[in-house]
Design a protein around this ligand. Sequence first.
Ligand SMILES: [Ca+2]
Length: 155
Amino acid sequence: MSTMKLVIFTLLVGAIMAQDAGTDAPPTEAPIEANWKEFNGRSFALVPKLSTWADAQRDCMSVNGTLASVHNSQEDDFLKVLAHGQRAWIGYSNAQADNVWLWINSDHSDHNGWCDGKPDQSGGNQHCAVINVSGKECWDDQDCHTPYSFICSHD
Ligand SMILES: [Ca+2]
């Protein structure tokens, strides 16, 4: 009798494990697709996964987006709220030349939200833009290798 119970228990555990194996991506993998939020005809997603700027861009590209471009102050305000006031990478970089800030998706937007005195190239190695710096709701240039959450966009 106890052998029979053991067999049933084993079968049950096996069935539960088989069911688990069939579920989707593990919770550590942020489902960016599920996070898209519409704003004025564009889509943005906060990804709360601490990443370098390059890794963030690669993750955004995996869902047919890029790190976010920002077209105007309305979008800028929307993103600051979307990021819950926390620092987050956007797709703005001067990696090619110190005085030339470019959007990673080749947008022509000339909007920027730099904090007073920024970008400042502090330490000489800051080539990527982050929003919500120091609770000031504006942008700063930071070392692209710093792990931050990030915002993707697609049009
Ligand atoms: Ca800076």
